[in-house]
Design a protein around this ligand. Structure first.
Ligand SMILES: O=C(O)CCC(=O)C(=O)O
Ligand SMILES: [Fe+2]
Length: 309
């Protein structure tokens, strides 16, 4: 058969010559894994996927992680995490952006980043494609690092940042909250969503990818809070905030992004150590269903500051 790739807009690649129902020989598995590390984001189109096939295919990339929230996993397949818009959980995910009511929008993030041990990757498969909107965006933080000016790379070496887990978007320091209003049922504290609380997670601003060794810019705007001991680099707190604003603006550049518009039969696999992601959300009432499998992270990329009080 032979796999081919076609580069997506700026980052990631579409894999063609692939059929999820064909035998996964050891050679094919090795090729797929190599492409995942090479591109960070892989798109497969026109696939006939069952839950069993999705789970089996995802295991090529590593052991799967079960999500701790029973409410979001499939009853029949604990490995499947179900993301749904247009159902009875919409009210918890509804908010207002520039006066528009939107369900399920998520800022740039990495999954489980707030634990210091993000999962290694995930695979999304469209079960029901939204009639409009419902895009998933991916941002390549390896390309973002590579594109930094040499002097800035030097300044970042050895610096650390803290991420503060928070349910309230208004309290996140680096997301864009202008013209944002939470919905009446937006969660206020982790227990509203059945989540435990988490202590701050600390990361080097430049992390080395555990497998490829590539430098990654570990700046993800959701939960980003502060530089640790900025005086070590000769900065006061406001200069450190300014640096973070500059870095967040850098990660928002379209040249590091791919926004996926879903079609039936699509699967997207990403490396959650290397790439951040976000979702546009949908208008209220629009049906959208995605099944996610999660490849467990077996490496601490960051650390936890202390136990949550
Ligand atoms: O619904 C999506 O497009 C992706 C949601 C997400 O952030 C995730 O699956 O981790
Ligand atoms: Fe996510």
């Amino acid at each position: 058969m032979g796999l081919q790739t076609r580069l997506l807009d700026s980052v990631g690649a579409e894999v063609t010559g692939f059929d999820i129902n064909a035998p996964m020989t050891p050679q094919l598995q090795a090729e797929l894994k190599a492409l995942w590390y090479e591109h960070g984001i892989l798109l497969f189109r026109g696939q006939e996927v069952t839950p069993e096939k999705q789970i089996e295919f995802s295991r090529i990339f590593g052991p799967l992680e079960m999500h701790p929230l029973a409410t979001t996993t499939s009853l029949d397949y604990p490995e499947l995490f179900v993301l749904e818009n247009g159902g009875d959980k919409d009210k918890y995910q509804t908010a207002f952006y520039k006066g528009q009511e939107i369900v399920g929008r998520l800022d740039w993030h990495k999954d489980l980043h707030y634990t210091g041990k993000p999962n290694h990757g995930a695979l999304l498969r469209a079960v029901v494609v939204a009639s409009e909107d419902g895009l998933t965006g991916f941002g390549d933080l390896q390309k973002a690092y590579d594109a930094l000016a040499p002097a800035l790379k030097e300044k970042l070496a050895g610096l650390e940042v803290a991420y503060q887990f928070n349910m309230q978007r208004r309290q996140m320091r680096f997301v864009d909250v202008e013209d944002y209003e939470p919905g009446p049922d937006s969660p206020k504290k982790p227990s509203d969503m059945g989540f435990p609380d988490f202590p701050d997670a600390i990361y080097p601003i430049v992390v080395q990818h555990p497998v490829t060794g590539a430098n990654l810019l570990e700046i993800v705007e959701q939960f980003l809070d502060r530089v640790i001991d900025p005086e070590r680099a000769g900065m006061n707190d406001s200069e450190a905030d300014e640096l973070l604003r500059e870095l967040v603006a850098h990660t928002r550049k379209p040249e590091f992004h791919y926004f996926h518009e879903w079609q039936q039969g699509d699967m997207v696999l990403w490396d959650n150590w290397r790439a951040m992601h976000c979702t546009s959300g949908t208008k209220p009432g629009v049906k959208r269903l995605i099944n996610r499998t999660t490849i467990a992270g077996d490496v601490m990329l960051g650390r936890q500051l202390a136990e949550a009080s």
